[in-house]
Design a protein around this ligand. Sequence first.
Ligand code: ZN
Length: 399
Amino acid sequence: MASCSGDSRLIQFFNCRLVRDHRLVEEDLWVRNGKIINPEPIFFDERCKAHTLINCEGAIIAPGYIDLQINGGYGVDFSYDKDTTEQGVQKVARGLVKSGVTSFCPTLVTSPNDTYHTILPRIPMHTDRGAGVLGVHVEGPFINPQKKGAHPEHCIQSIDNGLETLCETYGSLERIKIITLAPEQVKELAVISELVEAGIVVSLGHSMASLSDGERAVQHGASLITHLFNAMLPFHHRDPGLVGLLASDAIPADRTVYFGIIADGVHTHPAALRIAYRTHCQGLILVTDAISALGLEDGIHHIGQLPLEVKQGKAFVAGSDTLCGSIAPMDECVRIFQRATGCSQVFAIEAASLHPARCLRIEAEKGTLDFGSDADFIFLNDELEVLATWIGGVCVHAK
Ligand code: ZN
């Protein structure tokens, strides 16, 4: 057989196990033009062989991880570093590939309107040899002040005038992929349907919502819950709040309510991870919710106004025992989640790849190794440690 001609180099990965059809299968992976392809027509029609053969030495090949909620990393804070937004996002994008993340939603916390107007147009939608940007996750400012967490209270708003309020606040909705809002801050829930029609995922969070408030928002098109258990009413048996959406019977059978969950071993107790997993596993999405100290070495760092100390994989307000946010990279969250729940390796991987892709309705391009998908994938060993990361058929990281 001859090698196929043209600049569309054909790569064959062999001696590997692929995550396909919700299990591990011993098959080769074929890549051309940045896409995963079906090898059969190559054998039978083109009668050619690969230009490059890669021996994977028994590694697992999994779809790359997708992080729907990340505030920054490597010293960069997406919400504050206004003058260096472009370089900052590129820096984080290049760093994230080490943790197996191949695409992400840079996340902005509650901010003044002019900050959105400045930062949003500066977020690059294309990155160079780094994880891809899927659009921005704006977490706020339409949240409940009583569940504000670390968000600045003076910037919190309510949606009194539908899309008009949203456009005034953010400037343009063009680069926004996810909006986290508290449904009780919304005067007319019809705006949720309008956002969904515009291709934006509405996520419920930082909220005091009752279960019925949550159900009404889902009936209007909300499809995600932001960092389940954190910044919402705690589970109560008479009104389980947003947590109750995991077992609601008021949601049509053809709809899946997704939820982000932080499996960093700190922000969500292992038993809470198990409750979420056993109640509604198909909606479970691992998010890092990482802050700018992600990827920094142990020691004192100054990020914005805040001096913080990184010690053994945790970030503290400097000189104190106060945790100031998550810094566990996605690959670690996947391992922590798998250990905590005893789920299969494949399920843990899919909770960070397939599920977020489905939530964003991009599963035809991302989140699987199906034929026709983007060649964004990672090599893992059996401990689920990342050995290599490929994006668009190009190796961007190898251990
Ligand atoms: Zn939050």
